[in-house]
Structure formats: structure tokens, C-alpha cells
Design a protein around this ligand. Structure first.
Ligand code: MG
Ligand code: MG
Length: 280
């Protein structure tokens, strides 16, 4: 691997194309899991839906057993994080039965030929809970504002500032403790991609970098805590939370959203941002 400044892994075009394949599997997995998210299903059953998509595509999971210690203990048990209502991120699949009006964030990843994909979305279980749809829309909009700020020569701080500006005046909380990240031959790599920040700060975006941008926001205070399972992160005031994430790269032509089925073309066009996929 080639590492540029600050330990940032520089991918070749072929490596990025493999990451795109992983990203498409993740998109398919999230869509299939979201489609089955209905009242009465358990989060363990939803995790199985996601696992089937990975298996059908010859992909492996970068979430399953993440964080295991040397004894194979303590890691994450699931191929997706399923975070419900006041759970912000890292909800562990289990016996919880989803109910009408729950707000569900689904975060999942895939590995193809050693290269990683990672993405998240938020959906209602049946009808949206009060305030949930606007919260999710604002979170998704802020993700795309961050994506739209990405271009060669821009700095990470420009992405962070765009996310923060998109949420300014909404009254929603922005979770500070969990942030976006570089991705490639491992799921979590430098640089951090914070959801708040100032332009012209941080590493410069260069060709061959891949980033996960992932705002997490709350209806109330963004203060949070980790439950006794050592994974699930919840809002301390019990307010709703949501999470959207995409994996992107920036080419000389524009932005390529590797975890969007269309590569981000439609949204980027509507935002007036050049769509810049690598050719096959
Ligand atoms: Mg993720
Ligand atoms: Mg991520």
C-alpha cells in the first residue's frame, strides 16, 4: 500500500473499482434490510437478511467480530449495526422486536477482494415517529452537503464545515464523538472526517483517497453514553437519533459516491456538483 501524508492510504484506480464493487454490495444489503424492517421482526432476523446479501455476492463482513480481543471476545456480533430510536450508532442485533413507529438506522459494510465498503441510512418502521422524518431528511441533506463540498484540493475541514452549515438553525444536535473516516484496505483509516469544523483545515483531498462521510444527529441534546453491552450508543436525554453515511472518492472529474447505486449521479446533478466516476 502507498501511504501519503498523515498515514492516508492512496488507492489505485483498480483498487477504487474494487471498492466500488464492495460499495454496491453494501447498497444492496442496506436496501434489502430496510425493505424487511417492519413491525414484528427482530433485529437478529434483520441481521440475517443482511448476511444473506453478503453471502450471495461473495462478500465478507467487516462488522462481524469487529473489535474482538486476542481471545476472540468483546467484538461486534452482527453484520449490520441496527440502532433504534434513541440509539445513535452501534446497536447490536438481537431479540429486540421492532414496533410500528420505530426509527431505525442501519449501518453496514462489506469486503470484496480485501477492499472495504461502508454506508448507513435511516428508515421508519411503518410510520415515521413524531419528528423522525424531518430529522432524517436533515441528516441526509447534511451528508450530501458534505459530499458536495468534496473536490480535489479541498481540505477535510471543508466537508466538516459544509455538514455543520447544513444543520445550522435546525436546532438538531450534532454528535461529536463519532465521526467519518478514511477507508480502503481496512474499514477505519485516517483521516477523521468530523461533522463540524472549519474550512481550510485538515488534510487536502487528493486522487486515490476514499472517505466515509457520516453525520449522526439528534432531536434533542447530542450528549450520549454507551450501554452496558459496550457497543450501543444512546442519547442521554432519550431523544431520537439518526445516521446517514456514504463512501466517496474524488477524481479529476468530480465525486463518485461508491455506496450509492447510481454512484451519486442524480443527487450530484441536482446539487450542481460534477459526477466523476472512474471508467470501467
Ligand atoms: Mg458505517
Ligand atoms: Mg463508517
Amino acid at each position: 500500500m502507498i501511504f501519503a501524508n498523515r498515514g492516508i492510504e492512496v488507492k489505485t484506480p483498480d483498487q477504487l473499482r474494487t471498492m466500488r464493487r464492495a460499495g454496491l454490495v453494501v447498497a444492496q444489503m442496506l436496501a434489502a434490510t430496510a425493505a424487511e424492517a417492519r413491525p414484528g421482526i427482530t433485529t437478529a432476523e434483520l441481521d440475517s437478511v443482511a448476511a444473506e446479501v453478503l453471502a450471495a455476492n461473495g462478500a465478507t463482513s467487516n462488522f462481524l467480530n469487529y473489535g474482538d480481543d486476542a481471545n476472540g471476545e468483546g467484538g461486534f456480533r452482527g453484520v449490520v449495526c441496527l440502532s433504534v430510536n434513541d440509539e445513535i450508532v452501534h446497536g447490536v442485533p438481537g431479540e429486540r422486536v421492532l414496533a410500528e413507529g420505530d426509527l431505525l438506522s442501519i449501518d453496514g459494510g462489506a469486503i470484496i477482494d480485501g477492499w472495504h465498503g461502508d454506508s448507513a441510512l435511516t428508515v421508519p418502521v411503518g410510520a415515521w415517529p413524531s419528528g423522525g422524518e424531518a430529522l432524517s431528511d436533515a441528516c441526509r441533506d447534511s451528508l450530501w452537503a458534505g459530499i458536495a463540498a468534496a473536490r480535489l484540493g479541498e481540505r477535510i475541514g471543508g466537508i466538516s464545515a459544509a455538514i455543520e452549515a447544513s444543520l445550522a438553525g435546525t436546532g438538531y444536535g450534532i454528535v461529536e464523538e463519532y465521526v467519518g473516516h478514511g477507508i480502503g484496505s481496512a474499514m477505519h483509516q485516517p483521516p477523521d472526517v468530523p461533522n463540524q469544523g472549519r474550512p481550510n483545515r485538515g488534510p487536502k483531498l487528493t486522487a486515490g483517497m476514499a472517505l466515509c462521510i457520516e453525520p449522526m444527529i439528534t432531536l434533542g441534546s447530542p450528549a450520549n453514553a454507551v450501554l452496558d453491552d459496550d457497543w450501543t450508543v444512546v442519547t442521554t436525554d432519550g431523544s431520537l437519533a439518526c445516521h446517514w453515511e456514504h463512501m466517496i472518492t474524488v477524481t479529476q472529474h468530480g465525486v463518485w459516491v461508491m455506496t450509492a447505486e447510481d454512484g451519486g449521479e442524480e443527487m450530484l446533478n441536482s446539487l450542481g456538483v460534477p459526477f466523476g466516476p472512474l471508467s470501467d
